[in-house]
Design a protein around this ligand. Structure first.
Ligand SMILES: Cc1ncc(COP(=O)(O)O)c(C=O)c1O
Length: 305
């Protein structure tokens, strides 16, 4: 479905992307890597996992076309972690030109691209966007997770690893835990074979699209100054706020009103840099709650945003 080149010999089932990234970091470290680039902003866990495995996480800015490859090329790194289909947390899509640039950089430098394809199954507008790995399976590690399509507690993820690295990644997996829980894997395999996963995703896509639409409508109405980004796909949206707004204070006041939102700064390498914004997860909330939540958020704003 994702257009990945997924030879079974190259697939490593792991305990979520968290373990998948850990295994790749260890394999890279063992062959001498010391620095891995990450998108800025990005999921904080990625930076922590990279550091925890003895590597330096090098932040590279993201703009509306995705990671800035020209900036990436100025660093000496052995790999980069990207989420091309829906960058977290900005929601930007890696543009066709940047995709080509990124793969050209990887093939020129011998660096590895780690493609974190976490929520690409949820694309509401426009045609599906294929995985980068399908274009360069020798250069890209493809990584997926059941956490966003079924449940994070399942702890199931998958890597498709380039041939030159497969043995090393498997060795780290075996030393870690001998292999992921088999009954869980067999249950998931049955769920997929019977067509249940496809049915589940079709239902979720409809439901999440309605929730996303409710979020956009409520934001337009109650927070017209917010610039909403990254809404074509996924489980969350980014609302960029006017420059003068204090993101941290707004999050705190919203929490006081029972609305849990995170500021964009939480995901940046330097939390105090860049424009203020809010990361709004909508997928687990009924439409009425989304509307109420945004109304509360607007009340928490010190001045019209
Ligand atoms: C946005 C986001 N959510 C959740 C996770 C955890 O993923 P998993 O449950 O597959 O380990 C990650 C990965 O680090 C992530 O980037």
């Amino acid at each position: 479905v994702r257009g990945a080149v997924a030879d079974p010999e190259r697939i490593v089932i792991c305990d979520g992307f968290t373990q998948g990234l850990t295994l790749v970091c260890r394999a890279l470290h063992a062959r001498g890597a010391r620095r891995i680039a990450v998108e800025d902003p990005c999921c904080r866990a990625h930076r922590e996992i990279i550091r925890h495995n003895g590597l330096e996480a090098v932040p590279v800015a993201v703009d509306e076309d995705g990671i800035r490859v020209e900036e990436l090329a100025r660093h000496s790194v052995s790999a980069v972690v990207v989420s091309p289909a829906h960058q977290f947390p900005t929601g930007y899509l890696l543009s066709p030109q940047r995709r080509a640039q990124l793969l050209e950089w990887a093939s020129r430098t011998g660096a590895l691209v780690i493609e974190y394809d976490y929520d690409a199954q949820y694309r509401y507008d426009g045609p599906p966007v294929g995985a980068l790995q399908g274009l360069a399976p020798a250069t890209v590690v493809y990584a997926g997770t059941a956490s966003k399509i079924l449940a994070p507690g399942l702890r199931v993820g998958w890597l498709v690893v380039p041939a030159a690295m497969t043995d090393a990644v498997i060795r780290h997996k075996v030393c870690d835990d001998l292999g992921s829980n088999l009954p869980t894997q067999l249950t998931l395999a049955r769920f997929i074979e019977r067509g249940d996963l496809d049915r589940h995703l079709r239902r979720l896509r409809r439901s999440y699209r309605a929730r996303r639409d409710a979020l956009i409508t409520a934001l337009r109405r109650h927070l017209p100054g917010a610039r909403v980004q990254g809404i074509a796909a996924g489980l969350h949206a980014l609302a960029l706020l006017p420059e003068q707004m204090n993101e941290a204070r707004l999050c705190e006041q919203a929490r006081g009103r029972g609305v849990s939102v995170y500021g964009l700064g939480r995901y940046r390498a330097n939390p105090r840099s860049g424009a203020p914004g809010l990361v709004l997860g909508y997928a687990s909330l009924a439409e009425a709650k989304i509307k109420r939540g945004i109304q509360e958020l607007a009340q928490a704003c010190p001045s019209p945003a």
